[in-house]
Design a protein around this ligand. Structure first.
Ligand code: SF4
Ligand code: SF4
Length: 184
């Protein structure tokens, strides 16, 4: 028989011996492999009770930032959506009304802001494109979910806690990035 690669192996069809037919030797070999791995250092950990430290350069789920007075920084300019190669970001802009200066930093703000985490490739282009320091990738990841809809993160999911009312949560969400910035 001629073949293209000459790598085809003929199947050995000779009848099994009695020892082969009871598979004892093969079972024993399998058990030895199991036993060998039993005493080796485990490659897995007991997640979520145990967690591994992330790399310092790890970047995960996005955060919509606030300024030091707790006002939303995003001005709904759309540059992040334009820069996104995965077309994961959608938003709707709204005009800031008089009396809302304590809520929104700019005259225009994002009334609706969504990121589809199933599309996002965590490239960081949205963060690069933002002129208002309003979006950045945090040091945490999007938790697993059973439903695709749960991966559409809306503004409330993305917005960082208010530094005035929840300073600890705000600092935690900012993460190591801010600490490293201060130490520079
Ligand atoms: S990290 Fe990249 S893919 Fe994800 S939303 Fe930002 S620009 Fe789009
Ligand atoms: S997050 Fe930044 S780039 Fe995106 S719409 Fe808001 S201000 Fe513009």
């Amino acid at each position: 028989m001629t073949t293209l690669t000459n790598r085809a192996k003929p199947v050995d069809r000779k009848p099994m011996t009695f020892l082969e037919s009871i598979y004892l030797w093969n079972i024993f070999k399998g058990m030895m492999i199991t036993l060998k791995h039993f005493f080796k250092k485990k490659a897995t950990i007991q997640y979520p009770e145990q967690t591994r430290p992330f790399s310092p350069v790890f970047r995960g789920v996005q955060i919509l930032n606030r300024d030091e007075d707790g006002r939303e920084r995003c001005t709904a300019c759309g540059l992040c959506a334009l820069a996104c190669p995965a077309e994961a970001i959608t938003m709707e802009a709204a005009e800031r009304l008089s009396g809302e200066e304590n809520l929104y930093r700019e005259e225009k703000y994002a009334a609706k802001y969504e990121i589809n985490m199933l599309r996002c490739i965590f490239c960081g282009f949205c963060e690069e494109a933002c002129p208002k320091d309003a979006i950045y990738l945090s040091e945490t990841f999007a938790p697993s979910a059973y439903n695709r809809k749960n991966f559409i993160y809306n503004k409330q999911d993305l917005l960082i806690p208010d530094p005035k009312t929840q300073p600890e949560e705000f600092a935690q969400a900012k993460g190591l990035r801010e600490i490293n910035k201060k130490n520079k």
